[in-house]
Structures are given as structure tokens and as C-alpha cells.
Design a protein around this ligand. Sequence first.
Ligand SMILES: Nc1ncnc2c1ncn2[C@@H]1O[C@H](COP(=O)(O)OP(=O)(O)O)[C@@H](O)[C@H]1O
Ligand code: SF4
Ligand SMILES: [Mg+2]
Length: 315
Amino acid sequence: MAELLDMDRLCVRDTRHIILSELTMHVGRGEKVALVGESGCGKTMSIRTLLHMLPDDVSVTSGSLTFDGTDVLSLRSHQLRQELYSRVGFVAQNTSASLHPLLRISTQMTDFYLERHRGVRRSQAVEKAAGILRSLGMRDVERVLSSRPDQLSGGMRQRINIAIALMDDILLLVADEPTSALDAHVRRQIEEVYISLAERSCLAMLLVSHDLGFVRRMADRVYVMYAGKMVEEGLVDEIFSAPVHPYTRSLIALANVKYKNKDEDLAQLGGFVPVVGRESRSCAFASRCRYERADCMADVEYRRLSDTHYVRCWR
Ligand SMILES: Nc1ncnc2c1ncn2[C@@H]1O[C@H](COP(=O)(O)OP(=O)(O)O)[C@@H](O)[C@H]1O
Ligand code: SF4
Ligand SMILES: [Mg+2]
């Protein structure tokens, strides 16, 4: 069966540097997929590419991108709302900035929806918004709908952003670090909202997260990104129980998520992600990798370990 989302060998660059290199990623219908990697690896750019939201000086130079049969790269701006944004919901990284400070929540939840669904009355849209908020575990929904953002807690605002993304009957929910700016207590609550949504809906999800414990509970499959390239992908058990790439292994060791090869002495991950596109060695991880050898200078292919598990490393 065709994938819901299919990114194939995408190259993205600005006027001077390559930002994403031969990026291949797919999400099946109903599948929950996580994208992990340190800051600056290209996760947000990957999502902005999918959502047709690249900065002005950044463009796709090669590769293909289809969503539910639509060639996303060829969409014109007037087609995006109908062809893409009615089927892909998005929760941005800085969600407090994405709510208008002066407008009531009911207006913010229904305005775009009513623009896309001309025959629907506002009262029907508000009823739909209330139902979605209730389904995300929110009480006192009438008060919330008549409030402005500053009258609500961070956790409530976060739920509202998820609810806005769910107003259309979307096929894919994309969330960029949806819990990273929250304090620990609220973060746990919001993680539970995502986990419960993942368990009870056939919605596909693409989640960027630093929190590997959350990823392990949420995801069916995981992509690991480093310096603008995928370095490993696999089913969640393959990534957490048998990670292969030294970068994946270090991330998991740092996150203290236990995995099978406990006897191995994993180095702490020192150094920094090289500026994307400016690492001259073939393996961008070489400067931080304690297994580096002469082979690592040559082109490192993305190798298949099983039908679902791929890695970009010579070892
Ligand atoms: N507006 C931009 N123009 C050009 N390059 C950018 C822009 N924004 C980010 N980048 C570069 O793209 C790379 C990936 O950034 P990003 O996708 O934000 O990483 P992540 O989300 O993984 O932290 C970084 O090297 C960053 O410097
Ligand atoms: S290719 Fe070489 S430098 Fe790169 S991760 Fe593998 S062993 Fe380390
Ligand atoms: Mg980011």
C-alpha cells in the first residue's frame, strides 16, 4: 500500500549551504513516527519542507515529496489550504507564540475551519471545538472557549494548539517538540494527551522530540537525524534494543534508556553537531566518533540491516 507521506531523497539548501541532504522518510497511514536528533540537525527544516513553509532563501533543489497522493512540491500557495493544511495538522515548537493574545479561544479554534467549510455555521464549529477539547481531557470547556490565552495555563494553551490542529479531519498530525518548553509536571500531562491520542485514533503522527522516553512510548518507528542526514531508522524496538549507529547509541545512553548491550562502555557524547553542510568528511559524525577510521572518509552509504532497519555507518 502506498505510504501516506513519502519524502524521497530531498535536498534542501539556502543560497550558500546544503541544509538537508538526500532526506528520505515515510509515514504509513495511522503510523506513529518519531524524528530525533540534537538541536541543529535539521528536524524543524524537514517539517517545514513537508508543510511548504521554508524560509524565503531556502529551497528544495531535488527529490520528491508526496502526501496522500498529492505532489506537495508542486502546490501553489492558493492550493495549500485545501490540499495540504486541511489534511495535515501542525503543532509548532513555540506554541504560546502561535495563539493570538487578544482573540478568544473559540474564535481562534473556528476561524480557519469556517473559511475552509463555507456551509458550516459558527455555532456548529464551536460545538465541534468543544467536543475536541473534551476528548483531550479538558474540563470547564465553555469557560476555556470564552477565554483569551493569557487567562489560561500553559498546559491548557498546549491542549488548545493540539485541538486546533484536530479541527479538520486530518490524516497526519505533525508536532515539533510539543513538550520541550513545558515544566516537568505539565510536560507529563501533555505527553499523556499525545499517548492517549495515539492509542485511540487511527491518525498518523510525526513527532519531533528530544525526550526518548516519550518517543519509546509513542512511536512505532524512529528516524535518527544528524547534520541534515538520516543516520539510522528502525522500528522502535530495533532502535531502543539494538541501536547500531554510534550516534544513536550515544543518544540512548545519554537518555538513560536501558537497552540490551548494557556491557558496552558507551562514550559520553562530547563535541557539537557540525554546522550542517560545512562538514567536509563523508560521515558528519566522525569528529565525535570514537570508532572513526580511514574508511569513514569515503562515501558512507545508507545500509539496509533488515526490511525496517537502516544505518549510515561503516561499522
Ligand atoms: N532561515 C534559515 N536559513 C538558512 N538556514 C537555516 C535557517 N534556519 C535554520 N537553518 C539551518 O538549518 C539547520 C537545521 O536547523 P533546524 O531544522 O532548525 O534544526 P533542529 O530543528 O533539528 O534543531 C541548522 O544548521 C540551521 O543553522
Ligand atoms: S562511519 Fe565511521 S565515523 Fe561515522 S559513525 Fe560510523 S564509525 Fe563513526
Ligand atoms: Mg527544531
